[in-house]
Design a protein around this ligand. Structure first.
Ligand code: NAD
Length: 250
């Protein structure tokens, strides 16, 4: 579907890699000027690349100010930066729970509250948060990560309610296992990377990993003025994992 972001400015957190980089490419290809916020920003692939740690409020506030100083406005915010956590509910100490929730959930609140005054001035303001299949399906050994992504879905709906009257739409995208450097790192750390990849592919009903570009397509729709009646919802880009109950393959 064609989306047009001509004249609009987008901020993509975690935009230097994987899904965020694909979102930045897609929004730029469709006419947006894009600022990437990342721990390790890559100037290629963005109109502005800023070192922002979404868990450090001072860097977030300074990053938003730089976008407004250099690109003049903010119309679209893609809250995509996130980190993983493995293990059951006993696996991580309190400090790790706080760290992951601080990046994956509070990070979205920090960037949003800094960007809100600018979003309120936009004629077509939109926020898209990256959740996960882990928000709605019980996956083994992902207790902390799943809790963080469940919170992202709840936060998305609450923000959509709060900011509807201000003309700001808020939605989420829920990817299944996606072929990004993140999953590449997980596979490299596995005792049998090829076997682990085959198991992850088999878990997806469509039999393969999701591509970052497929997630970016859904984000572009949700962020675009074309989705003017869509708010408070999530699009699953998960090969059918959240909704289908298939018979085993022959
Ligand atoms: P990735 O590791 O390839 O990219 C994540 C980016 O976020 C990196 O560039 C990293 O530097 C940045 N980042 C991490 N912590 C940050 C912080 N504190 N401040 C600023 N930037 C930070 O990962 P990805 O697979 O592209 O994942 C992106 C998002 O998609 C995450 O929110 C993740 O939870 C979600 N997601 C991924 C998958 C998957 O299978 N890859 C599935 C569902 C959801």
């Amino acid at each position: 579907m064609a989306t047009d972001f001509t004249g609009l400015v987008a901020v993509v957190t975690g935009g230097a890699s994987g899904i965020g980089a694909a979102i930045a490419r897609r929004l730029r290809a469709d006419g947006a000027r894009v600022a990437v916020f990342d721990l390790a920003p890559q100037p290629a692939g963005a109109d502005l690349a800023v070192r922002v740690d979404v868990s450090e409020d001072a860097t977030v506030v300074a990053g938003v100010q730089r976008v407004v100083d250099e690109l003049g406005r903010i119309d679209i915010l893609i809250n995509n930066a996130g980190i993983g956590a493995q293990g059951d509910v006993t696996a991580n100490p309190d400090a790790e729970w706080h760290r992951v929730l601080d990046v994956n959930v509070v990070g979205m609140a920090r960037v949003t509250r800094a960007a809100l005054p600018h979003l309120r001035r936009s004629p077509s303001a939109a926020i898209v948060n990256t959740a996960s299949i882990a928000a709605t399906a019980g996956l083994p050994e992902r207790a902390l990560y799943s809790a963080s992504k469940g919170a992202v879905l709840a936060l998305t709906r609450a923000m959509a309610a709060d900011h509807l009257a201000e003309g700001i739409r808020v939605n989420a995208v829920s990817p299944g296992t996606a072929d990004t450097p993140w999953v590449g790192r997980l596979l490299e750390a596995a005792p049998d990377p090829a076997g682990e990849r085959a198991a992850l592919e088999a878990r997806q009903p469509h039999g393969r990993l999701v591509s970052a570009e497929e997630v970016a397509d859904a984000v572009a729709y949700l962020a675009s003025p074309a989705a003017g009646s869509t708010t408070g919802t999530a699009i699953e880009v998960d090969g059918g994992m959240s909704g289908l109950r298939l018979r085993p393959r022959e």
